[in-house]
Design a protein around this ligand. Structure first.
Ligand code: HEM
Length: 123
Protein backbone atom coordinates (compact mmCIF):
# COMPACT_ATOMS: atom_id res chain seq x y z
CA UNK A 1 0.00 0.00 0.00
CA UNK A 2 2.79 2.45 0.93
CA UNK A 3 4.64 1.75 -2.33
CA UNK A 4 1.36 2.37 -4.17
CA UNK A 5 0.93 5.74 -2.43
CA UNK A 6 4.55 6.73 -3.07
CA UNK A 7 4.45 5.70 -6.75
CA UNK A 8 1.06 7.33 -7.29
CA UNK A 9 2.34 10.58 -5.74
CA UNK A 10 5.52 10.56 -7.87
CA UNK A 11 3.50 9.73 -10.99
CA UNK A 12 0.91 12.43 -10.30
CA UNK A 13 3.51 15.10 -9.48
CA UNK A 14 5.44 14.28 -12.67
CA UNK A 15 2.14 14.38 -14.59
CA UNK A 16 1.41 17.95 -13.39
CA UNK A 17 5.02 18.95 -14.02
CA UNK A 18 4.93 17.67 -17.62
CA UNK A 19 2.00 20.01 -18.33
CA UNK A 20 3.78 22.95 -16.65
CA UNK A 21 7.03 22.33 -18.56
CA UNK A 22 5.26 21.81 -21.88
CA UNK A 23 3.20 25.01 -21.43
CA UNK A 24 6.27 26.98 -20.32
CA UNK A 25 8.20 26.00 -23.47
CA UNK A 26 5.21 26.91 -25.66
CA UNK A 27 4.94 30.25 -23.88
CA UNK A 28 8.66 31.01 -24.29
CA UNK A 29 8.44 30.24 -28.03
CA UNK A 30 5.29 32.37 -28.31
CA UNK A 31 7.02 35.41 -26.75
CA UNK A 32 10.08 35.00 -29.01
CA UNK A 33 12.46 33.30 -26.54
CA UNK A 34 13.44 30.11 -28.44
CA UNK A 35 16.84 30.10 -26.72
CA UNK A 36 15.33 28.01 -23.88
CA UNK A 37 16.75 25.21 -26.06
CA UNK A 38 20.23 26.21 -24.87
CA UNK A 39 19.23 26.03 -21.19
CA UNK A 40 18.51 23.10 -18.82
CA UNK A 41 14.89 23.43 -19.98
CA UNK A 42 16.03 21.41 -22.97
CA UNK A 43 16.57 18.23 -20.90
CA UNK A 44 14.55 18.73 -17.69
CA UNK A 45 11.23 17.79 -19.41
CA UNK A 46 12.80 14.57 -20.74
CA UNK A 47 14.09 13.66 -17.27
CA UNK A 48 10.65 14.36 -15.80
CA UNK A 49 8.89 12.32 -18.49
CA UNK A 50 11.24 9.41 -17.79
CA UNK A 51 10.27 9.56 -14.09
CA UNK A 52 6.58 9.79 -15.11
CA UNK A 53 6.81 6.66 -17.26
CA UNK A 54 8.94 4.65 -14.82
CA UNK A 55 6.42 5.40 -12.05
CA UNK A 56 3.57 4.49 -14.46
CA UNK A 57 5.13 1.11 -15.27
CA UNK A 58 5.88 0.49 -11.58
CA UNK A 59 2.24 1.25 -10.72
CA UNK A 60 1.20 -1.61 -12.99
CA UNK A 61 3.04 -4.01 -10.63
CA UNK A 62 1.34 -2.77 -7.46
CA UNK A 63 -2.22 -2.26 -8.76
CA UNK A 64 -4.70 -4.60 -10.45
CA UNK A 65 -4.78 -2.30 -13.52
CA UNK A 66 -3.71 -3.89 -16.81
CA UNK A 67 -3.28 -2.36 -20.27
CA UNK A 68 -5.57 -3.94 -22.91
CA UNK A 69 -7.79 -5.24 -20.10
CA UNK A 70 -8.92 -1.98 -18.52
CA UNK A 71 -10.20 0.42 -21.16
CA UNK A 72 -9.25 3.69 -19.45
CA UNK A 73 -5.62 2.55 -19.19
CA UNK A 74 -5.48 1.34 -22.80
CA UNK A 75 -6.94 4.66 -23.98
CA UNK A 76 -4.40 6.49 -21.81
CA UNK A 77 -1.50 4.70 -23.48
CA UNK A 78 -2.76 5.53 -26.99
CA UNK A 79 -3.32 9.15 -25.96
CA UNK A 80 0.19 9.24 -24.51
CA UNK A 81 1.62 8.25 -27.90
CA UNK A 82 -0.53 10.98 -29.51
CA UNK A 83 0.69 13.50 -26.91
CA UNK A 84 4.32 12.63 -27.61
CA UNK A 85 3.92 12.91 -31.41
CA UNK A 86 1.93 16.17 -31.19
CA UNK A 87 4.45 17.53 -28.68
CA UNK A 88 7.33 16.81 -31.05
CA UNK A 89 5.62 18.75 -33.85
CA UNK A 90 4.74 21.60 -31.47
CA UNK A 91 8.37 22.04 -30.40
CA UNK A 92 9.95 21.83 -33.86
CA UNK A 93 11.17 25.29 -34.89
CA UNK A 94 11.38 24.23 -38.55
CA UNK A 95 7.61 23.56 -38.75
CA UNK A 96 5.21 26.29 -39.88
CA UNK A 97 3.38 28.32 -37.24
CA UNK A 98 0.06 26.81 -38.37
CA UNK A 99 1.31 23.23 -37.86
CA UNK A 100 2.82 24.12 -34.49
CA UNK A 101 -0.35 25.79 -33.22
CA UNK A 102 -2.52 22.83 -34.30
CA UNK A 103 -0.02 20.37 -32.76
CA UNK A 104 0.06 22.38 -29.49
CA UNK A 105 -3.74 22.34 -29.22
CA UNK A 106 -3.85 18.60 -30.00
CA UNK A 107 -1.18 17.90 -27.38
CA UNK A 108 -3.04 19.89 -24.71
CA UNK A 109 -6.40 18.25 -25.56
CA UNK A 110 -4.81 14.80 -25.32
CA UNK A 111 -3.09 15.45 -22.00
CA UNK A 112 -6.40 16.79 -20.62
CA UNK A 113 -8.09 13.56 -21.75
CA UNK A 114 -5.30 11.53 -20.06
CA UNK A 115 -5.96 13.34 -16.75
CA UNK A 116 -9.72 12.80 -17.13
CA UNK A 117 -9.21 9.05 -17.74
CA UNK A 118 -6.69 8.69 -14.89
CA UNK A 119 -8.89 10.40 -12.32
CA UNK A 120 -12.38 9.19 -13.39
CA UNK A 121 -11.63 5.81 -15.00
CA UNK A 122 -14.94 6.07 -16.90
CA UNK A 123 -14.62 2.68 -18.66
C1 HEM B 1 1.42 11.86 -19.75
C2 HEM B 1 1.05 10.67 -19.32
C3 HEM B 1 0.28 10.39 -18.06
C4 HEM B 1 -0.39 11.25 -17.22
C5 HEM B 1 -0.55 12.76 -17.37
C6 HEM B 1 -0.95 10.45 -16.14
C7 HEM B 1 -1.68 10.94 -15.08
C8 HEM B 1 -2.10 10.22 -13.99
C9 HEM B 1 -2.71 10.74 -12.79
C10 HEM B 1 -3.02 12.23 -12.54
C11 HEM B 1 -2.97 9.68 -11.96
C12 HEM B 1 -3.57 9.75 -10.56
C13 HEM B 1 -5.05 9.44 -10.58
C14 HEM B 1 -5.65 9.45 -9.18
O1 HEM B 1 -4.99 9.05 -8.22
O2 HEM B 1 -6.81 9.88 -9.04
C15 HEM B 1 -2.53 8.48 -12.62
C16 HEM B 1 -2.62 7.21 -12.10
C17 HEM B 1 -2.20 6.07 -12.74
N1 HEM B 1 -1.57 5.98 -13.96
FE1 HEM B 1 -1.06 7.55 -15.15
N2 HEM B 1 -0.61 9.13 -16.36
C18 HEM B 1 0.13 9.06 -17.52
C19 HEM B 1 0.66 7.91 -18.10
C20 HEM B 1 0.45 6.63 -17.64
C21 HEM B 1 0.90 5.43 -18.32
C22 HEM B 1 1.66 5.40 -19.64
C23 HEM B 1 0.49 4.37 -17.55
C24 HEM B 1 0.66 2.90 -17.77
C25 HEM B 1 1.47 2.33 -18.60
C26 HEM B 1 -0.17 4.91 -16.39
C27 HEM B 1 -0.69 4.16 -15.35
C28 HEM B 1 -1.32 4.66 -14.24
C29 HEM B 1 -1.82 3.83 -13.14
C30 HEM B 1 -1.74 2.30 -13.05
C31 HEM B 1 -2.36 4.72 -12.19
C32 HEM B 1 -2.97 4.35 -10.83
C33 HEM B 1 -4.46 4.36 -10.91
C34 HEM B 1 -5.10 4.11 -9.57
O3 HEM B 1 -4.76 3.13 -8.90
O4 HEM B 1 -5.93 4.93 -9.18
N3 HEM B 1 -0.18 6.29 -16.48
N4 HEM B 1 -2.01 8.82 -13.85
Amino acid sequence: MSSYLALNSIHTMAAYLTVVLFSLRLLLDAVGRPNWRETPLRWIPHANDTVLLLAAISLLFVTPWMPFVHGWLTAKIFLLVGYIVAGMFAMKETRSLRVRVIASVLALVQITAIFHLAVNKPF
